[in-house]
Design a protein around this ligand. Sequence first.
Ligand code: FDM
Ligand code: MG
Length: 197
Amino acid sequence: MSCLDRSGKSTQSKKLEAHLQKVGYGKVKWMCFPNRKTAIGTAIDLYLRRQLELPDEAVHRLFSANRWEMAKSIVEDLKAGTTIICDRYAFSGVAYSAAKGLDFTWCQSPDRGLPCPDGIFFLYIDEKVGASRANFGDERYENAEMQAEVRNQFKDPRLRAHVNWHDVDGARDKEVIHAEILAAVQKCKASLRSRRS
Ligand code: FDM
Ligand code: MG
């Protein structure tokens, strides 16, 4: 899932994971980026909490490296048949850094070659709705101006090219959103199965 801050992506991605576990979907794993637990993730966490200053280009590369350090284990899990649900991925990396003024194509390049998701859910909300949600403003990027620019970048067709992208209205009831995502996941799984058989 890709999204604006405070759009409910963590709630939705965890709800999806819990549901798939419950219905016996096989092995399901939830993960998120940034993964703040690794050494690179620790630097990213400090940066986001405004305790470390870094040039925009450097932190962009760190976010990408944080995905690359997980890439091998993601591929191994996928090969073993595990379903991975991810709270943010490279799409956020590009949208947030491009929103700061970095060149869009330059932003895409370090993530080239990472495993490509079978489906992407972009939860969009009005930046004012995001700002009214709990804890908004605690971290870097959590301000209405930045969120509005990130939202613009997420509309860029270069981000959505060649991927299975779903726009999801995040301003609705949690259960309604969950049902919509679930239906799309089931459809995606059915089409993957028919392609593989
Ligand atoms: N973010 C996240 C980036 O700027 N680049 C990235 O590659 C990723 C994965 O980090 F503001 C930003 C988006 C958000 C912040 O993410 C922390 P969470 O999901 O709010 O923890
Ligand atoms: Mg956040």
